[in-house]
Design a protein around this ligand. Structure first.
Ligand code: AHR
Length: 615
C-alpha cells in the first residue's frame, strides 16, 4: 500500500470549529449526570402520587402536600409527620450519593414546621455509617430557606449512601426544593461534576450544540425546551418532562449551558425551538408562529446582547454581564421527521427574522443532503445543513473513503450534528438494550473511519459532534446506546470511541493536505499546523491483519527523522467499563528513521496518529 501526502500546497483551511460536542437531556446526562445536583426529585414533582426517591426515617409518615406552596414553580412539598425525635426523610439520590474523603457538600432547602432543629446526614443506606453531618436551627411557621455544609472525613469512596433530614422533636415538617451539591468545576454554584468536565475539556471541543436533539422539541409543544423557564434562581424554575421518559429539573438552564461552553473554551451552537414537537404537534407558518420566533430572537439577545438590551440585562442580572460569542443558530431538530410538511415555511420565517436582526449569524437547517430532496428547505438557502448519521461501523468503513466526494463544495456548509457508529444493532432496536451502554473497539474503528472522511473535508464540514455524549450506566439510566462517556454517581470512563475522538480532536492542523492511498480504500486524513509545520497523519486499519504502508511526501526535501506515534489498537470486542476504564486507551511511541519516503506498518484493528515534521 502507498499513502501519498501532497505537502507542497494546502488544499483548504480546516474549520476552526470542526470538532465539538452535542448534548441533550438523555440517559440522565444532566440530572444524574453532568449537573452536579445530588438530590433526586428535589422539588417533589417527579411523581404526582408519591414522593419518589424519598423514604421515611424513624417511622415518619411521608405525603405530598399542595397547601401553602413556596411559589408557583414549587407547587408541591414533602409533608413529614414525625412521631418521635430523629424521625424524618431520606433521599436515595441518582443511584446513591458519591461519598469521597475530605469533601464539603453544600445543602440548601426550604423548610417550615414545628419540629425544632434539623439534622442533615450523609449516611450509608443501612444508617450504620455516618459520612457527614450538620445541624440546622429550628424553622418556624413560614417557609425559610436554609443553607449548610457537610464535610466528610476519611471516608472510603462509595455510592452506598442516602441523604437524611431528621427532626429534633415530634411534630410536622414540610420540605421543598432540597438540594445538595458536591464541589463543582470552577466552584460554580449550581455547577457541573468535575470528573465529567475534565473528560470533556480533555477533548478540546470548539463548540457545544445544545439543548438537543429531541430534548429541544419535547414530546409536545408544552414540553419543549422553553428557555425562559430555565433561567433565574433554581427555585423559580418549574422543570418539565423530557422526551426520554423522566422529568428534567431545568437546573441545567440556558445560562448553565453557556457557562459550560465558557468553562470548556467552546462556543455555543444554539438550537432554537422551531414550532414542531416529536408527537407531531406543530405551529403552522404565519402569525401563530410569531411568538415562537420572538422567543428565539429573545434567546439570541440573552446570549449575545449587551446589558442595555432587555435580555442582555436579564443575563447580567443572572450573573453574567459579558455577552457570549455566537455564530450559528440551528432552527429545530431533525425536521425530516416533520409529518406536517411545514418545515420549509417555518424555517423561512425564522431565517428571515434572525437575518433581519442578526445578519452576521449563520442559520442552520436540520434537513441535510442525506435526506430526500422533498424534505429539504427550498425557499431559502440555509447557511449550513445539519446531517445525522447513526450507522453500523462496517457501513461507515465502507462509505467513508468517498462519502463527501459527491457534495457540492460551494453549497451550504455541512454540520454533522449527530453521529455515532454502532457495532451491529441499531440504537433504536430493542436488542440494543441488552448491550453495554458504551460501545466497543469495533464501533471506535467505524467512528474513526468516519472522522477521517469528515476531517478530509473539514473546510466545508465545518462542524461535527458525536451523540449522545453521556450515559448513566445504572439500571434504568439509559435510553439510547452507544454513548461516549459512562458514569455512576462516583466515577466515569470513556469508551474506546472517546479515545478515538480525543486522538482526532486534540491533534488537528489548520490546513488540509491532499492524501491518497493506492492498494486499499482511503481511511486516512492529513492536516498541517501552518505555524509549526507539523503534519498530522491519521490512519485507520479496521482489518485483522497488519497493513504495511509506504508513506510518501513528494516534494518534501527533508523531514525530521523522529516522529511521534499515538496508537489506539485492540481487538473489536474489547472495550472499557467502570471496572476497566482505560482497558482500551492510546499508547504513545517514538518512530525513528523517518524520511520523505518511509515505511510504517499499521497494526490490525488500529487508529493511528503520526506526527511528522517537515524541515
Ligand atoms: O441522539 C439521540 C437522538 O437521536 C436525538 O435526540 C435525536 O436528534 C436523534 O434522533
Amino acid at each position: 500500500l502507498t499513502l501519498t501526502i501532497d505537502a507542497t500546497k494546502a488544499t483548504g483551511k480546516v474549520s476552526p470549529l470542526h470538532y465539538g460536542l452535542m448534548t441533550e437531556e438523555i440517559n440522565y446526562s444532566y440530572d444524574g449526570g453532568l449537573y452536579a445536583e445530588l438530590v433526586r426529585n428535589r422539588a417533589f414533582l417527579n411523581d404526582p402520587q408519591k414522593p419518589a426517591h424519598w423514604t421515611a426515617v424513624g417511622g415518619a409518615n411521608l405525603t405530598l402536600a399542595t397547601e401553602r406552596p413556596v411559589n408557583d414553580a414549587l407547587p408541591k412539598s414533602l409533608k413529614i409527620e414525625c412521631a418521635t425525635p430523629g424521625a424524618g426523610a431520606a433521599n436515595d439520590g441518582y443511584w446513591g450519593f458519591p461519598i469521597t474523603p475530605n469533601t464539603t457538600y453544600t445543602a440548601t432547602l426550604f423548610a417550615r414546621g414545628d419540629v425544632g432543629g434539623l439534622t442533615l446526614t450523609l449516611q450509608s443506606r443501612d444508617g450504620k455509617t455516618v459520612y457527614a453531618q450538620t445541624r440546622l436551627p429550628a424553622v418556624g411557621e413560614g417557609w425559610t430557606k436554609r443553607t449548610a455544609t457537610l464535610k466528610t472525613g476519611k471516608a472510603t469512596p462509595t455510592t452506598d449512601a442516602v441523604f437524611a433530614i431528621t427532626a429534633e422533636k415530634p411534630g410536622t415538617l414540610w420540605l421543598s426544593l432540597v438540594s445538595l451539591f458536591p464541589p463543582t468545576w470552577n466552584n460554580r454554584p449550581n455547577g457541573f461534576r468535575k470528573d465529567l468536565m475534565q473528560l470533556l475539556v480533555d477533548l478540546k471541543p470548539a463548540f457545544l450544540r445544545f439543548p438537543g436533539g429531541n430534548y429541544l422539541e419535547g414530546n409536545t409543544i408544552a414540553e419543549r425546551f422553553d428557555w425562559k423557564k430555565t433561567i433565574g434562581p433554581i427555585e423559580t424554575r418549574p422543570g418539565h418532562p423530557c422526551p426520554w421518559g423522566y422529568r428534567s429539573t431545568d437546573g441545567m438552564g440556558l445560562l448553565e449551558f453557556l457557562l459550560w461552553c465558557e468553562d470548556m473554551g467552546a462556543e455555543p451552537v444554539l438550537g432554537v425551538y422551531a414550532g414542531y414537537s416529536l408527537r407531531g404537534e406543530f405551529i403552522k407558518p404565519g402569525p401563530e408562529l410569531e411568538p415562537y420566533i420572538q422567543d428565539a430572537l429573545d434567546e439570541i439577545e440573552y446570549v449575545t446582547g449587551s446589558v442595555s438590551t432587555k435580555w442582555g440585562a436579564q443575563r447580567a442580572k443572572d450573573g453574567h454581564p459579558k455577552p457570549f460569542k455566537l455564530q450559528y443558530v440551528e432552527v429545530g431538530n431533525e425536521d425530516f421527521f416533520d409529518r406536517s410538511g411545514s418545515y420549509d415555511g417555518r424555517f423561512a420565517q425564522f431565517y428571515d427574522a434572525i437575518k433581519a436582526k442578526y445578519p452576521h449569524l449563520k442559520v442552520v437547517s436540520t434537513v441535510g443532503n442525506e435526506q430526500p430532496a422533498s424534505k429539504r428547505v427550498k425557499s431559502r438557502k440555509p447557511d449550513a445543513l445539519d446531517e445525522h448519521y447513526y450507522r453500523k461501523a462496517a457501513d461507515f468503513i465502507r462509505d467513508s473513503p468517498t462519502h463527501f466526494d459527491r457534495y457540492d463544495r460551494t453549497g451550504p456548509e455541512i454540520f454533522v450534528g449527530e453521529w455515532a457508529a454502532h457495532e451491529e444493532v441499531a440504537p433504536w432496536l430493542p436488542p440494543s438494550r441488552n448491550l453495554p451502554a458504551t460501545p466497543s473497539m469495533k464501533a471506535a474503528l467505524g467512528d474513526a473511519a468516519f472522522m477521517t472522511a469528515m476531517e478530509r473535508h473539514a473546510d466545508f464540514v465545518t462542524m461535527q459532534c458525536y451523540a449522545p455524549l453521556f450515559v448513566n450506566i445504572n439500571p434504568g439510566g439509559r435510553q439510547w446506546r452507544p454513548d461516549l462517556i459512562g458514569y455512576d454517581a462516583l466515577k466515569a470512563y470513556g469508551a474506546p470511541s472517546y479515545y478515538a475522538l480525543k486522538l482526532f480532536s486534540t491533534s488537528v492542523g489548520d490546513e488540509l493536505l491532499k492524501v491518497s492511498l493506492a492498494g486499499a480504500p482511503l481511511l486516512a486524513s492529513v492536516t498541517r499546523q501552518s505555524k509549526t509545520g507539523k503534519i498530522l497523519v491519521k490512519y485507520v486499519n479496521p482489518g485483522d491483519t497488519p497493513q504495511a504502508v509506504t508513506i510518501q511526501l513528494p516534494g518534501v526535501r527533508s523531514i525530521k527523522p523522529d516522529a511521534t506515534v499515538i496508537t489506539l489498537a485492540a481487538p473489536p470486542d474489547e472495550t472499557n467499563s467502570m471496572e476497566k476504564p482505560t482497558h482500551v486507551a492510546p499508547k504513545t511511541t517514538k518512530l525513528s528513521g523517518v524520511k520523505p519516503e518511509f515505511a510504517y506498518t499499521f497494526p490490525p484493528f488500529s487508529i493511528t496518529l503520526l506526527t511528522l515534521e517537515a524541515r
